[in-house]
Design a protein around this ligand. Structure first.
Ligand SMILES: [Zn+2]
Ligand SMILES: [Zn+2]
Length: 246
């Protein structure tokens, strides 16, 4: 069995910067209040998404532009992680919802992304909490982050840029699938309050140089790392358990 962090497969230096750009929209220090999450930022709904007291179940709604459908394996990994870490009697479902026409835009600003989210996101249904995943053509405007792969753009919203992801791995379809999965689980982790973004730390493990991220090896909440990593470390799991999860 290959080691979890095979150095030969670590992201090359350039990609570390790309992965770092993930946080630009949501978890940079400027968007945080003293308590952790900003009121309209990732982590603001963490307790409701993680614990059993607000929602009976979670629904992940995926709206994607033609030709950018996320792979089933990535979506199933996300469903599994949410199921394992959150506590909802009705469980977690992931729904491929709207097939969107190409936006035709080469660059999306944060406002563009939020407007598209408002346009396509379905109304919250009954007792289910909703995480909305918007998968776009084109790439993020540099004002959002250079070579951004994806971002948590609100308390329950994620945007993915698969074109940027494919470019980041030099066009390798296999690595792109892994990196998309990593991005999806990582951004969902921010919505769940990781790290120190709405989920108080049981034991301190926030990377103080990369706020909102984990300093533990082999954790999907690190600022950057091996794109094959798909899970939270024990300290991140402790935080989620403390917040009402499992
Ligand atoms: Zn991040
Ligand atoms: Zn961690």
């Amino acid at each position: 069995m290959a080691p979890a962090m095979n150095p030969a497969r670590l992201l090359p230096g350039a990609l570390v910067v790309l992965a770092a750009a993930l946080v630009a929209a949501g978890c940079g220090p400027s968007s945080r209040s003293a308590a952790g999450a900003a009121p309209d930022g990732p982590g603001a709904a963490a307790a409701a998404l993680v614990g059993p007291h607000v929602h009976r179940g979670l629904r992940v709604e995926v709206d994607f532009v033609e030709g950018r459908r996320p792979g089933d394996a990535a979506l199933e990994t996300l469903r599994q992680r949410l199921l394992e870490r959150t506590d909802h009697p009705d469980g977690v479902e992931v729904v491929l919802d709207d097939l969107l026409a190409p936006t035709g835009r080469e660059r999306h600003t944060l406002e563009d992304v939020r407007a598209l989210g408002r346009l396509h996101r379905d109304a919250e249904a009954g007792d289910r909490g909703v995480i909305h995943v918007l998968v776009l053509d084109g790439e993020a405007d540099p004002s959002l982050g250079h070579h951004l792969l994806g971002a948590a753009v609100g308390p329950t919203s994620i945007v993915l840029f698969p074109d940027a992801i494919l470019r980041a791995v030099g066009g390798s379809a296999t690595r792109a699938q892994d990196l998309l999965r990593w991005t999806l689980v990582h951004e969902a982790g921010h919505l769940l309050g990781l790290v120190n973004l709405g989920a108080p730390q049981a034991v301190s493990h926030e990377d103080l140089a990369k706020r909102g991220h984990c300093d533990q090896p082999g954790c999907v909440m690190r600022w950057s790392g091996d794109e094959r990593v798909t899970d939270f470390c024990p300290r991140c799991k402790d935080d989620l358990r403390q917040l009402g999860g499992r």
